[in-house]
Design a binder for this molecule. Structure first.
Ligand code: NAI
Length: 256
C-alpha cells in the first residue's frame, strides 16, 4: 500500500468509469485508491465525475467529487476547503486537467491561445498556490504536473498547447526549487501519444492514426494505466529524493 493514509486531489479526473475509456486522472484515481489513498476527484464534467465517484465508492474506496474549473481561483479555494473539511489534510496534488488544440501558429486565435495557457499553465499555478500551504502544515507533499512530450519538443501543429505545456514544465522546476527545503516535491510528467477520451476520436481516423504509429518506436499508443503508474511513483515515498524532474512516458518517441 504505497499511499496508505495519504490524501490526493486530482484535477481532470472525471473519466474514470470502468468499462469506458479512461483518462489519466481517472486511471490514477483507481490506482491511487488501490494503494490506500483517499481521493478528492475534480473536473468540469460533473456528470462523468459523479459516476466515477460512485463506482469508486461501490468498490469500497474513499472518494469525493467536486466541480473544479482549474482556471478559477475561487473554485480552487473551495476545493481545498472541501478537502480539509472531508479528510483534514492534503498530501498529493495531480494537476492533470487539460484540453487539446491542434492549430498551426497563424491559425491560432487569441482565444485559443488564452484558453490553452489558462487551463494548463494557470491551472497548475493556481493548484500549487493553494496546495503548498496545506502541504507545509503536514511537513511535505508531492505535486505532479501533467505536461506532455509536447512540452519538450515541437510539432507541425498545437502551437498554443506546446507553449502551455512548456510553461508547465518550467513552473514545476521553479516550484520544486522554492519548496524543496520544506519536503514538498514537484515533478512534471510527459506522456506521449495515449488513448484517452481526449484523443480517441482522432485515433479513429486512419489518416491520422497510422502515420502516428510510425512515429512511436514501440509501435503502439500508450494506455492511461501506464501513465498512472508513473504518477503513482511520483506521488509515493518511493520517489522521496525526486524533485524538479521530468518523467517521460512515451514509448520512445522523444528518444529519436
Ligand atoms: P481526458 O479528457 O480524460 O482528461 C482531461 C480532463 O480535463 C477532462 O475530464 C476534462 O473535462 C477536464 N478539463 C478540461 N478543462 C478543464 C478545466 N478548465 N478545469 C477542470 N477540468 C478540465 O484526457 P487525458 O488525455 O487523460 O488528459 C489528461 C492530461 O494529459 C491533459 O493535461 C492532457 O493535455 C495531457 N496529455 C495527454 C496526452 C494523450 O495522448 N492523451 C499526451 C500528453 C499529455
Amino acid at each position: 500500500m504505497l499511499l496508505e493514509g495519504k490524501i490526493a486531489l486530482i484535477t481532470g479526473a472525471a473519466a474514470g468509469v470502468q468499462g469506458e475509456i479512461m483518462g489519466f486522472g481517472g486511471a490514477a484515481a483507481w490506482l491511487f485508491a488501490g494503494e490506500g489513498a483517499k481521493l478528492v476527484l475534480t473536473d468540469i464534467n460533473e456528470e462523468q465525475g459523479r459516476r466515477t465517484e460512485a463506482q469508486l465508492r461501490e468498490h469500497g474506496h474513499d472518494a469525493v467529487f467536486t466541480r473544479l474549473d482549474v482556471t478559477s481561483e475561487a473554485d480552487w479555494e473551495a476545493a481545498i476547503k472541501l478537502t480539509l473539511d472531508t479528510y483534514g489534510k492534503l498530501d498529493i496534488l495531480v494537476n492533470n486537467a487539460g484540453t487539446g488544440g491542434r492549430m498551426r501558429l497563424e491559425d491560432t486565435s487569441e482565444e485559443l491561445w488564452d484558453g490553452q495557457m489558462n487551463v494548463h499553465a494557470k491551472g497548475a499555478f493556481l493548484g500549487m498556490k493553494y496546495a503548498v500551504p496545506e502541504m507545509r502544515k503536514v511537513g511535505g507533499g508531492s505535486i505532479i504536473n501533467v505536461s506532455s512530450i509536447y512540452g519538450l519538443v515541437g510539432s507541425q501543429t498545437s502551437t498554443a498547447y506546446h507553449a502551455a505545456k512548456g510553461a508547465v514544465r518550467l513552473i514545476s522546476k521553479s516550484a520544486a526549487i522554492q519548496y524543496a527545503g520544506e519536503n514538498i516535491r514537484v515533478n512534471s510528467i510527459h506522456p506521449g501519444f495515449c488513448r484517452t477520451p481526449m484523443t480517441n476520436a482522432s485515433y479513429q481516423d486512419p489518416a491520422h492514426y497510422e502515420p502516428l504509429l510510425l512515429r512511436i518506436p514501440m509501435g503502439r499508443v500508450g494506455q492511461p494505466q501506464e501513465l498512472a503508474q508513473g504518477m503513482l511513483y511520483l506521488a509515493s515515498d518511493e520517489s522521496s529524493y525526486v524533485t524538479g524532474s521530468e518523467l517521460v512516458i512515451d514509448g520512445g518517441v522523444t528518444a529519436q
